[in-house]
Design a protein around this ligand. Structure first.
Ligand code: 5AD
Length: 336
């Protein structure tokens, strides 16, 4: 007990903690100690964020992708998937609907789709910025410095590009089209350009150890991220990793609680992958302060097939947002 409590306290105080000690907390199965971890993380969340849960609308506007990530159902070589691309006007209009429904922030996400040039994305960002009050987060993958710089000038506020795993050999194996070094180059460029940087990682990738996860948590701190999405790996049957075991929701929640202790001010979403596993309610009670909600037009939703289990009911954006706000209110939070 004493060792785990010491680690939790050290992390909370911002002291240096070794990956080995963090891994011990991730391994811990003792209820009392886990209770201590979760209540401490909840307290830290409360101290820095109060009752507020930030709601983000996410529009997945293209499922074309040049990458070949081993775990992702949308990888470039995936033949069985119908591909779609929203037109610029269609995307701008979808953002305006998100704004009218009452959301304050939109996340524009796609596969790595070079059909959208630097100029096209810049124009979309500019139009959304001039016709709505939305904060804009982009999540479009790896691009040159110039593209990131241009989009920032056009009004983009934040950029989400997860490090996925900071174990370099594992990263390079699962992402044969690119490299860990290139991913970090992107993160560093984005931070330098003044974006609020979002990173994050998957929990339970085949071959991943608790010590690697501990490194992932410490890595978020070193990269000085403003947000971090931590979600369970979910096996997709049409990928190279078919037949592998899903990441555990429990382990994901432990990693999330530790991330809250390490990054008291960061925005930590209950990721959509964790919501799929029924973890939203829990996540908000042990460190998470953000909910991502899909706002992709319905005709495209099921085609954005990163991992299984993402189907959603066909209701209006306004109804969807109000339902979530009511649900949060029932849990003692205020959704904004
Ligand atoms: N399981 C869980 N998360 C996945 N992602 C991609 N594929 C999977 C999967 N099979 C996550 C990655 C990526 C985000 C868009 O979705 O973390 O950054």
């Amino acid at each position: 007990m004493a060792d785990i409590v010491k680690t939790i306290e050290a992390l909370k105080k911002g002291e240096f903690v070794t990956p080995k000690r963090l891994a011990e907390v991730l391994e811990c199965q003792k209820e009392q100690q886990l209770e201590y971890l979760f209540t401490t993380a909840d307290q830290v969340r409360k101290n820095h964020h109060g009752k507020v849960v930030k709601i983000r609308a996410i529009i997945e506007f293209s499922n074309h992708c040049r990458c070949s990530c081993w775990y992702c159902g949308m990888y470039a070589g995936q033949k069985g998937l119908q591909r779609y691309r929203m037109k610029a006007e269609e995307l701008v209009s979808a953002c305006q609907q998100v704004w009218q429904a009452g959301y304050q922030t939109v996340v524009l996400q796609s596969g790595e789709d070079l059909y959208y040039t630097k100029e096209m994305i810049g124009e979309i960002v500019k139009q959304v910025k001039t016709t709505t009050g939305l904060a804009i987060t982009l999540s479009l993958g790896e691009r040159p410095f110039e593209d990131y710089a241009y989009w920032k000038l056009q009004g983009a506020d934040r950029y989400l590009i997860k490090h996925e795993t900071c174990n370099e050999p594992m990263y390079n194996r699962y992402h044969p089209h690119s490299s860990f070094q290139e991913r970090i180059r992107c993160q560093n460029d984005l931070r330098l350009l003044g974006y609020e940087l979002g990173s994050g990682f998957m929990v339970g990738l085949p071959g991943q150890t608790n010590e690697m996860l501990a490194e992932d948590i410490l890595f978020l701190k070193r990269q000085r991220v403003s947000m971090a999405g931590i979600g369970p790996y979910i096996c997709h049957p049409n990928t190279r990793l078919r037949g592998s075991t899903d990441g555990s929701a429990e382990l994901t929640l432990k990693a999330l609680a530790l991330a809250r202790l390490a990054l008291p001010r960061a925005n930590l979403p209950s990721t959509t992958a964790l919501n799929v596993k029924g973890g939203m309610r829990n996540a908000l009670h042990l460190g998470a302060n953000v909910i991502m909600q899909k706002a992709t037009p319905f005709q495209y939703r099921n085609l954005y097939d990163i991992y299984p289990g993402r189907e959603s009911a066909e209701i209006s954006l306004k109804t969807q947002l109000n339902h979530l706000k009511e649900q949060l209110c029932g849990m003692g939070f205020t959704g904004v």
